[in-house]
Design a protein around this ligand. Structure first.
Ligand SMILES: *Cc1c(COP(=O)(O)O)cnc(C)c1O
Length: 228
């Protein structure tokens, strides 16, 4: 694949250009879209290349993997913003709160309470997104659409968490646009501005539909599980 032979800096610039063009198409500003470079499975050397190219937002999906790579990277580059985009187990909340700046996978009351408790104890309060299972897929994380409002109320009003918005991962076999539109509607209904949606295959569409955060891995770092 020719695109994956390019250096990471060139791929990042290409993705950024596409984001700006998509925003422009929709009468929006690319400046309002945070590009999260999803570095899961990729080694620190590749992350360093992205940082050297000016990238600041990174995403990881597993707490344990992030703990191996990120303390040193954060020490060397204190202005990086680290996003947890994968499911979070209750027994990893303390570590997640200590390491991540933003958590995109809040999806149940117990988890919200645990995050709030550890945030209070540590004085470190990650910004949060509520993950919504817009396709109501049994195997997928995320709160069901019918339960979004109650979870928003708990996080924002009762626990006073810094709640930025909603996140979704559309079903692989359905039109992503329907899910992006649905997520936007849910966010508007709940007075939330942030929309974490769009991956390598559909981030331009997500931006056109109002994404504020896109999570892009393969288009930047190449395929996972191979050396490139
Ligand atoms: C891996 C992952 C991504 C990035 O996927 P790509 O298709 O490689 O861009 C985005 N969001 C989540 C939640 C992920 O786990």
């Amino acid at each position: 694949m020719e695109q994956n032979q390019q250096p990471i800096g060139a791929r990042l610039a290409e993705v950024r250009t596409q984001i700006d063009a998509a925003a422009d198409n929709a009468g929006l500003s690319g400046d309002d879209v945070s590009l999260i470079a999803v570095s899961k499975t990729h080694p620190a050397e590749k992350i360093e290349q992205a940082i050297a190219a000016g990238q600041r937002h990174f995403g990881e999906n597993r707490v344990q993997e992030a703990q191996q790579k990120w303390p040193a990277l954060k020490e060397a580059h204190p202005d990086m913003v680290l996003h947890l985009i994968g499911g979070l187990q209750s027994n990893k909340v303390k570590d997640a709160v200590a390491l991540f700046d933003v958590i995109h996978s809040v999806d149940r009351p117990k988890l919200a309470r645990a995050i709030a408790r550890h945030a209070e104890a540590s004085g470190r309060s990650p910004r949060c997104f509520i993950q919504v299972n817009t396709g109501e897929e049994p195997q997928k994380g995320g709160v069901l659409p019918a339960d979004v409002e109650a979870l928003v109320t708990l996080c924002r009003d009762d626990l006073a968490m810094p709640l930025e918005g909603l996140m979704c991962i559309p079903p692989a076999d359905e039109a992503a646009a329907l899910h992006f539109a649905f997520l936007r509607t849910l966010a508007q209904r709940n007075g939330l501005k942030g929309l974490s949606m769009g991956m390598s295959g559909d981030y331009e569409l997500a931006v056109e539909m109002g994404a504020t955060h896109v999570r892009v891995g393969t288009a930047i770092f190449g395929p996972r599980g191979t050396l490139t």
